[in-house]
Design a protein around this ligand. Structure first.
Ligand code: UT7
Length: 319
């Protein structure tokens, strides 16, 4: 049996780090409100030369290096993003060009904040059916470009960044992706959406969110999907070393951990320094915790996310 293992991880953040106090100079908000309601202290905001593709390529380069591979070894690039550089071509192909990868399967996946879980599930299936031996799975976003900087209810919540993993095929492995559970319910589209697009307004549009309602759905859906993914993998909640969640709000992380009976010291938290980076948040958190030594080889991880659509998903991984 072939499994997809996490061979290496990488991440990239824009150079410009913005504090809550700096935001409070241009928006009617306070450092105290943002920290108390969300846990966010900083976010990185892309400059004019930093795009979803450049950040994604930087994260990918670091993941390839960590895996001990070269760009030419990569046979597939799956990029999760809701903020591509252009409507087309896909930013995955732009990343391919930036990395100098001669030939690969390359495409974008649109599932907003759950995009990385979707991309991971797709890449895992394609690796196990022989499409590629080494795949880049990337989450990269520049949400600062689609924020309404007049709307304090949303603009303080998001940041830019990218995270990447190299998935590699390994025969008869006892590690790698053990299960994935992916879901969508299009009936809630109006609670979190962008009010523009190529086929409707012909404009890019701005992010709109009914935060309180999204919060309620997030806690329920995440607790459900974590249970399903753990059952599918045959792993008990008590055997989980680390939950690597989508970093939307510290209160969602705490509520989800409580529902599962997991202490917060087993949850990777980066929302304080990255804010919500949509599809980038799970791989950014994963790479952060691997590089700072919290996550070590052989540990059991649960990755999870929920976002616009609604879409949500979880994966159980033995690292
Ligand atoms: O990544 C996809 C998933 N997204 C999420 O998971 C986001 C989920 N939602 C949330 O994280 C929270 O709902 C928010 C952080 C967005 C909002 O927190 P909340 O506790 O639900 O606050 P609220 O929206 O109910 O607003 C409470 C008050 C309001 O004032 P009134 O009407 O009670 O007087 C808002 O106007 O806080 C006010 N407010 C602010 N005050 C200062 C809203 N935004 C701000 C702000 N600064 N930035």
């Amino acid at each position: 049996m072939v499994r997809s293992i996490i061979a290496g991880t990488g991440s990239a953040l824009p150079a410009n780090r913005v504090s809550n106090a700096e935001l409070a100079e241009r928006v009617d908000t306070t450092d105290e409100w943002i920290i108390e309601r969300t846990g966010i202290r900083f976010r990185h905001i892309a400059g004019p030369d930093e795009t979803t593709a450049t950040l994604g390529a930087d994260a990918a380069r670091r993941a390839i290096e960590a895996a001990g591979l070269t760009p030419a070894d990569i046979g597939m690039i799956v990029l999760a993003t809701a903020t591509p550089d252009n409507t087309f071509p896909s930013s995955a192909t732009k990343i391919q060009a930036l990395l100098g990868i001669p030939d690969a399967v390359a495409f974008d996946v649109a599932a907003v904040c759950s995009g990385f879980l979707y991309a991971l599930g797709i890449a895992d299936s394609m690796i196990r059916t022989g499409t590629a031996n080494h795949a880049l799975v990337i989450g990269s976003e520049t949400f600062s470009r689609i924020l309404d900087w007049e709307d304090r209810g949303t603009c303080v919540l998001f940041g830019d960044g990218a995270g990447a993993v190299v998935l590699s095929a390994e025969e008869n492995s006892d590690r790698g992706i053990l299960s994935s559970s992916l879901h969508a319910d299009g009936g809630h589209g109006e609670l979190l959406y962008v009010d523009g697009g190529p086929s409707t307004t012909g404009t890019v549009g701005k992010l709109r969110m009914k935060g309180r309602e999204v919060f309620r759905h997030a806690v329920k859906n995440l607790a459900d999907v974590l249970g399903t993914a753990l059952d599918k993998a045959g792993v008990a909640a008590g055997e989980v070393d680390w939950v690597v969640p989508h970093q939307a709000n510290i209160r969602i992380l705490e509520a989800t951990a409580k529902k599962l009976g997991l202490p917060m010291d087993r949850v990777v938290v980066t929302v304080d320094r990255h804010a919500n980076t949509s599809a980038a948040s799970v791989p950014l958190a994963l790479d952060t915790a691997i590089r700072d030594g919290r996550i070590t080889r052989g540990q059991t991880l649960v990755l999870e996310a929920m976002g616009g659509g609604f879409t949500w998903g979880a994966s159980v991984v033995r690292y």
